[in-house]
Write a protein that binds this ligand. Structure first.
Ligand SMILES: NC(=O)c1ccc[n+]([C@@H]2O[C@H](COP(=O)([O-])OP(=O)(O)OC[C@H]3O[C@@H](n4cnc5c(N)ncnc54)[C@H](OP(=O)(O)O)[C@@H]3O)[C@@H](O)[C@H]2O)c1
Length: 321
């Protein structure tokens, strides 16, 4: 039987690299990683050395192409070349504060580029797996289910909601996966909340952490595993229009997450000063009482999200600390 073919965009990012690990380890799919950079950041050789039990053909199942998804013609060209059954969009403008000042760039990548993927997906009837966020909500009464009404309060949130709406209006098959506070490790990844914390605390630098932002935190491996389960569930299916929340198990404040990091990594809790979000004067407003309810993904996809403790322990292992 022919192997499932998956095209991944933004594969050099945090989620992209974690997805690469999961697909290599847990599937036999053929997948084409693409990102804006000339080379893949994922160290395949090192990974294969660590996982000696992987089948011999693992290296042949993965390839890399440079692809800027804002370039409509190139998106079409690569899609035509590989004719994938799924396109997983891990690329995005993810700096929430910069989105407030770089509105055109944000829209170009978070909305217009998704329209490029929609056009390309029609070439081969590919299903699009698109990653969205809790920032489509205002954070007044979380945690949220998949059917709650969005009301974004930042430009980033508006752009991500617009990308969801573009998919819904397109008529193509899609699965939107909403996630929240993604963290984990990878080569050259941007400092996510947990990595930044580890970096500061391990150097005994004091940090100010908000106590009024509540939600789940999500190890990128949990979301990557969710993507695998989505591919397995919807492979060969037609008329697929789905939304799933995929997030870590516990709903907690950023402050409590930071205390857990201290406990698990052995850092001094005294380095942390609890503050309010308003004290940070960030350009983009944040949803405060947020969180995503993952019941649908747990029942329909069989996911068992990590607790915050498990996720932080995994991060510690990944960092070799
Ligand atoms: N991080 C979070 O807390 C969070 C929370 C909720 C939802 N999400 C969503 O989760 C998804 C994955 O996020 P992430 O944390 O993995 O993001 P990330 O680490 O920033 O990865 C995004 C990747 O896309 C690449 N990219 C940028 N512009 C591109 C372009 N024009 N064409 C192709 N690739 C391009 C980036 O390259 P450069 O690094 O060179 O720009 C980066 O490698 C995004 O949709 C994000 O909105 C994230």
């Amino acid at each position: 039987m022919e192997k499932i073919k998956v095209l991944v965009t933004g594969s050099n990012g945090l989620l992209g690299q974690n997805l690469t690990k999961i697909l290599l380890r847990e599937s036999d799919f053929h997948f084409i990683n693409t990102s804006i950079e000339e080379n893949s950041f994922f160290d395949l050789e090192e990974f294969l050395e660590r996982f000696l039990l992987l089948p011999e053909d693992s290296q042949e199942r993965i390839s890399y192409e440079t692809l800027d998804i804002t370039n409509k013609e190139n998106v079409k060209k690569i899609t035509q070349k590989y004719s994938p059954e799924f396109i997983v969009n891990c690329a995005a403008f993810t700096n929430v504060d910069e989105c407030e000042t770089e509105k055109d760039l944000c829209w170009k990548l978070n909305v217009d580029a998704v329209k490029n993927l929609i056009i390309a997906s029609r070439i081969c009837n590919a299903k699009i797996i698109h990653i969205s966020t809790d920032y489509i909500f205002d954070g007044k009464n979380g945690p949220y289910t998949e059917t709650d009404t969005p009301n974004p309060i930042s430009f980033y949130g508006r752009s991500k909601l617009a990308s969801e709406n573009a998919l819904k209006a397109s008529g193509v098959d899609f699965i939107i996966l909403r996630t929240i506070v993604l963290y984990g490790s990878g080569n050259n990844v941007k400092p996510n909340f947990a990595l930044w914390l580890v970096n500061e605390l391990s150097n005994s630098r004091p940090v100010r952490i908000v106590k009024d932002q509540i939600g789940n935190t999500t190890h990128a491996e949990d979301l990557a595993y969710g993507i695998l389960k989505v591919i397995e569930k919807f492979e060969g299916k037609k008329n697929v229009q789905q939304i799933y929340n995929i997030a870590g198990k516990d709903i907690l404040s950023r402050l409590d997450f930071a205390y857990l990091v201290c406990d698990i990594f052995g850092y001094d809790r005294e380095l942390i000063t609890p503050i309010l979000t308003s004290e940070l004067n960030q350009p983009a407003p944040r949803p405060l009482k947020s969180g995503l309810i993952t019941l649908k993904a747990e029942t329909e996809l069989g996911l068992k999200p990590m607790t915050a403790r498990d996720g932080i322990q995994l991060l510690k292992f990944e960092l070799g600390l």
